[in-house]
Design a protein around this ligand. Structure first.
Ligand SMILES: Cc1cc2nc3c(=O)[nH]c(=O)nc-3n(C[C@H](O)[C@H](O)[C@H](O)COP(=O)(O)OP(=O)(O)OC[C@H]3O[C@@H](n4cnc5c(N)ncnc54)[C@H](O)[C@@H]3O)c2cc1C
Length: 447
């Protein structure tokens, strides 16, 4: 067994910069990766999905332009489109950065063999600091027959080269909704099967409504409140039987019904690292597990599964390892859905705020009252601000509309700066930008 200063398991969004930065500081850093350097964001998450959606939404815009009297014929070369998407997946810069910093990278699955002792690829190391950054993987619902079919998950979806004429998607969470709309915009007939009575069910109901309307406009067919009870594949076509005995057929089946922590292979118990009931690594506010010296960052801790969360965990942990004061929840959380229209969220919803005992209220501005949205005929959406009565603090926002993934940063920054809605109300935003609606939204609080 060799001795190292730090062992990082998983080359996710936080693990790579952590290993690189510690190595640059002279620490002997070991990094284990069992699949592809760069983790899910680069290889099968954000990068391919957002490259795919950029192309798909372009096709969607062209189709919609007919409504303005601009009739553009759209022909989709799906193979070329997917080659373009795959061209964005390139981990060579990560390999170089790791090598340059002197990180010893081992391309193998790692597991604990003792307290702060990790083995993989025939090598075993002990270190005072071990960081688990193993992320999430697709969760597969126990549907009879599924195992015997060539179903897709978000991992192998990026390998297809032919647009399936009909695609069945199990799961109406944000991945199913983004990919479902993209596929429909490219010309596939898309069915989304969702067990809740609405898509993106963890979000506010009117956000689900806006996206349902938008996706239906792109041609997506919904089966809400439904579960798949049987799947079969005859060599060409999938047959999916729903719990109301309706049978759906498609040339492809994409299962995006949820995610589970990548902890099964780790043998966390060997190091005394406790897991939650759902298999996530239990960490305290300083990202340390139940085993002193073993930390976990990113999706594997069960916190909101986003790249920027894992990446910020790297900076948090760098500070924590040096005795600094960073904490797991010390930043405003923002995230976005890259549908058309987009949804940008940050902080608390009014319901979440009230549950926390805060005296909160919310105001909502329909997008039809934002000049730019009305002029562009893109009024399906709204802006919502949540504030605390008395202190006037901004507690959160939900923006649904064009470019909402960018607009929401106005609110994130105001929240980080400790600003109130009165600061936003005072701002004079440019006419007729979509952002013009944000001070208008804040002004609703004056009445
Ligand atoms: C389709 C899709 C779209 C997404 N879009 C967005 C988006 O637009 N914006 C956003 O912020 N987030 C998005 N995400 C989520 C984002 O990809 C993740 O939240 C982010 O990558 C989290 O990274 P991580 O550091 O926790 O782990 P990961 O990036 O998942 O990395 C974990 C790594 O650990 C490796 N590993 C696992 N077990 C072991 C082991 N035992 N030994 C060695 N290696 C191991 C894995 O192979 C993997 O490479 C998307 C995800 C998906 C699937």
């Amino acid at each position: 067994m060799e001795k190292a200063d730090v062992i990082v398991i998983g080359s996710g969004q936080g693990g790579v910069p952590l290993a690189v930065n510690l190595a640059r500081e002279g620490k002997q850093a070991i990094l284990f990766e069992r699949r592809s350097l760069g983790g899910s964001c680069l290889n099968y998450g954000c990068y391919p999905s957002k490259a795919f959606l950029a192309a798909a939404h372009d096709a969607g815009v062209r189709r919609r332009a007919a409504g303005f009297g601009v009739d553009m014929r759209t022909e989709v070369n799906f193979q070329r489109l997917m080659e373009h998407v795959r061209s964005k997946i390139d981990s060579s810069y990560i390999k170089k950065a790791l090598a340059k910093a002197g990180v010893r990278t081992i391309m193998a699955e790692a597991s604990f063999t003792g307290e702060r002792t990790v083995a993989g690829g025939g090598q075993e190391f002990h270190a005072d600091t071990v960081v688990i950054n193993t992320g999430n993987g697709p969760w597969l619902p126990p549907i009879p027959g599924l195992d015997n079919t060539p179903y897709l998950t978000y991992i192998n979806f990026w390998e297809i080269n032919k647009l399936p004429p009909r695609i069945l998607i199990i799961g109406g969470g944000y991945i199913g909704v983004e990919l479902g709309q993209g596929l429909a915009e490219l010309g596939a007939q898309v069915h989304i099967i969702e067990k809740s009575d609405r898509i993106v069910a963890g979000e506010e109901p009117d956000l689900s409504e806006v996206l349902t309307k938008a996706l239906a406009g792109s041609g997506v067919v919904f089966h809400l409140g439904r579960q798949a009870k049987q799947v079969s594949h005859d060599g060409n076509v999938f047959k999916l039987t729903l719990d109301n005995d309706e049978i759906l057929e498609g040339e492809a089946l994409l299962v995006v019904a949820g995610q589970q922590a990548n902890t099964a292979a780790l043998d966390c118990a060997a190091s005394g690292v406790e897991l939650t009931e759902r298999g996530f690594v239990k960490v305290g506010d300083r990202l340390e597990s139940s085993c002193p010296g073993v930390y976990a960052i990113g999706d594997v801790t069960g916190q909101p599964a986003f790249t920027h969360v894992s990446w910020e965990d790297f900076r948090r942990l760098m500070s924590i390892l040096k005795g600094g004061g960073r904490r797991q929840m010390d930043r405003v959380l923002g995230y976005a859905f890259y549908t058309e229209p987009e949804a940008g969220r940050c902080g608390l919803t009014v319901e979440q705020a009230r549950k926390q005992g805060l005296n909160a209220r919310a105001v909502t501005l329909p997008l039809k009252r934002v000049a730019r949205a009305w002029l562009s005929d893109r009024t399906n959406g709204f802006y919502r601000l949540v504030v605390e009565n008395g202190s006037d603090r901004i507690l959160g926002a939900t923006l649904v509309g064009p470019r909402a993934s960018d607009l929401v940063h106005v609110v994130i920054d105001l929240m980080e700066a400790g600003a109130t809605w009165r600061d936003l109300e005072k701002s004079v935003h440019i006419h007729p930008a979509f952002a013009e609606g944000l001070p208008t939204l804040a002004r609703l609080l004056q009445s």
